[in-house]
Design a protein around this ligand. Structure first.
Ligand code: F6R
Length: 612
């Protein structure tokens, strides 16, 4: 949450920062701002709204500078407004700061500063932190770096901050705890950002800053230190990402681009791992830890949002194939209750961004108790990937639309492969079933492609129901979590209230909502529950609800009960969610766009939730 960019070097800083902020806007888009330093003058421009509004704001203003920092905000403390936008300036006007995260004890520090005569121009925790740093520097006569170190030892919470000092014309000082920071290494220049997307067109050499580290960044020097003032050797890694992957490539929105990328992202996820002919799966992270995984007494899956839904599908798959009990936990609940975690317990963490604060902290807690952490992550080099003992990347490429789509199908593919591997090693699956599922997996990209070819049919259904005020999504078995995911997507992207429910459970409450105005989406593909779900459709029809069903090609029963239906290729029920979710992603996209919503940046949301 909140996007951060910084630049120091020979180029003009402003264009680098603005371009970077646009790439990071998915992280927050309440307001944005830049601080530029030239000739000993610190200029701060900021504006409520999108980055384009900031661009308008600075027209005609002096933006000449070779060093600067910029921020796009997702509000935590203080409403979205010009005055709460970052950067913030210190009381003397000498320092500027941008911050991603939350300073939890800011109120106490603010009180102390107010007693000393400080006043504040914003409602933010960030302005408090900055004045705290300046106050320490003033009283102790120490360097900014030293004052920052002292301040950070006092604050609790999460932060990634960038600081500039008017009297130091080339240096940006950065620090991180809990919120991501990447530094790009150029020739005589450095780039700083919340993720690599603003950096990639300038350099592929980056350093991921770790928690409790400070970076002193000058055009031709990068010094990393810990909070104890000891130097750390920067570990330079090469980015494996192309510029095209973070551009819209002719699509109207990132979300639809990412939905349509799924045949190739799923293929990329399978590539090098699944050998359909030989009937084998290679996953190093699983192979290296197979004893731990197959002998687990139980597996806990920890995630949030869409990734949590992938975890629910995995619960069904792992229990079925591996016969290991699985518990799926919301990270935010796990971290604050007193969960029973034993040494050697297996925890699977699922996260697209690899930066979700609740998931990260839950894992740290489990790790402290001796659990083995297996990370299923999309963002390469992210915090969750780095704190996991082992893992598997989903290889979906950068996901920029705020609603998660291609990362979800990537997660399902990784989880299915992982379950198949464990089951094979454990002897809980027959060779024939193992091989059949491998062949099915190999066919998934083609089947997703076939579904996408009929996207127009979903667009028409979206037009019919765009003004509905509520939706119900129902599924059973492997498709129950897909019903939850369909409802979440629709809520996020179209602002229509939607609920996902196990189809049979509907009788125990939600059926009271059904009338002739309620669209009910059934995931009614051919599986062990098909007859049961057909009965549930009858129950809705009898109460005049409008039925939209996702059915298997050739099904002659469900379409007859439906007001609208969409056919998808048949698949083994265990892998069906990878297909059934696609029409639901499309439905939310088309309803959202029909309502004129900016589906890539729906209100109040941010892509990477780095605050709890
Ligand atoms: C939904 C969505 C969110 C994320 C959740 C977890 O479309 O994007 O619900 O799934 O914030 O994020 P990650 O997977 O990055 O940990």
């Amino acid at each position: 949450m909140c996007g951060i960019v910084g630049y120091t070097g020979p180029r003009q800083a402003y264009p680098v920062i603005i371009k970077g902020l646009k790439r990071l806007e998915y992280r927050g888009y309440d307001s944005s701002g830049v601080a530029l330093l030239s000739d000993g003058n610190l200029k701060v421009y900021k504006k409520k709204g999108r980055v384009t509004e900031l661009e308008e704001e600075v027209i005609g203003k002096n933006i000449e500078a070779n060093i600067g920092i910029g921020h796009t905000r997702w509000a935590t403390h203080g409403e979205p407004s010009d005055r709460n936008a970052h950067p913030h300036s210190s009381a003397s006007g000498r320092l500027a700061i941008i911050h991603n995260g939350i300073i939890e004890n800011y109120a106490q520090i603010k009180q102390e500063l107010v007693k000393k005569g400080y006043s504040f121009t914003s409602d933010t925790d960030t302005e408090v932190l900055l004045n705290f740093i300046e106050d320490i520097q003033k009283n102790n006569h120490n360097s900014l770096e030293e004052a920052l170190r002292i301040a950070l030892k006092r604050v609790s919470g999460a932060y990634c901050i960038l600081l500039m000092d008017q009297s130091d014309p080339t240096t940006i000082i950065a620090a991180r705890k809990g919120s991501p920071l990447v530094i790009g290494i150029g020739k005589g220049e450095h780039f700083l950002a919340s993720d690599a997307s603003p950096i990639i067109e300038y350099t592929k050499e980056v350093v991921y800053v770790n928690d409790y580290e400070l970076a002193i960044v000058k055009p031709d020097e990068l010094i990393l230190k810990n909070l104890g003032n000891e130097k750390i050797t920067p570990y330079i890694t090469k980015l494996d990402m192309e510029l095209a992957a973070i551009e819209k490539g002719g699509y109207d929105h990132f979300m639809i681009k990412e939905i349509f990328e799924q045949p190739s992202t799923i293929y990329d996820c399978l590539r090098g791992r699944l050998d359909a002919e030989a009937g084998t799966i290679r996953m190093k992270g699983v192979e290296d830890n197979i004893e731990q995984l197959k002998n687990a007494n139980r597996i806990m899956i920890i995630a949030c949002g869409t990734s949590w839904h992938a975890g629910l599908v995995a619960e069904y798959i792992i229990e079925e194939l591996c016969r290991i009990p699985v518990e799926v936990e919301y990270a935010s609940e796990f971290r604050y209750r007193n969960p029973i975690v034993h040494k050697g317990d297996v925890i699977i963490a699922i996260s697209q961004s690899g930066e979700t604060a609740d998931t990260l902290v839950a894992l740290e807690k489990a790790k402290e108790n001796g659990a083995f952490i297996f990370g299923i992550v999309n963002a390469v080099g992210s915090s969750i990937a780095r704190i996991s003992h082992a893992g598997a990347y989903t290889h979906a490429g950068p996901e920029i639309g705020v609603a998660s789509t291609k990362a979800f199908t990537g997660q399902l593919v990784v989880l299915a492969m992982m379950a198949l591997k464990i089951a094979k090693e454990k002897g809980t699956i027959t060779d024939a079933r193992h091989h059949a599922l491998i062949l099915e997996l190999a066919d998934i990209p083609e089947k997703v492609d076939a579904i996408l070819k009929n996207a127009k049919e979903i667009e028409k259904i979206g037009q019919v129901y765009k003004n509905a005020s509520d939706f119900l999504f129902l599924g059973r078995g492997y498709n129950f979590p897909v019903a939850l995911e369909g409802a979440l997507k629709l809520k996020e992207i179209s602002y229509i209230h939607a609920e996902g429910y196990p189809a049979a459970e509907m009788k125990h409450g939600p059926i009271a909502l059904v009338d002739e105005n309620l669209p009910v989406v059934f995931i009614a593909t051919k599986d062990a529950y098909h007859e049961k779900i057909v009965s549930n459709m009858q129950e809705i029809k009898a109460r005049k609800g409008k039925i939209i069903s996702i059915v298997t090609e050739g099904d002659e029963i469900s379409p007859g009960l439906s007001d609208h239906y969409f056919s998808i290729p048949s698949a083994d029920e265990l892998l069906a969610p990878i297909l059934t979710v696609i029409p639901l992603q499309l439905l939310s996209y088309y309803v959202g766009t029909a309502k004129g919503i900016d589906v890539d940046k729906p209100r109040n949301l941010a892509k990477s939730v780095t605050v709890e």
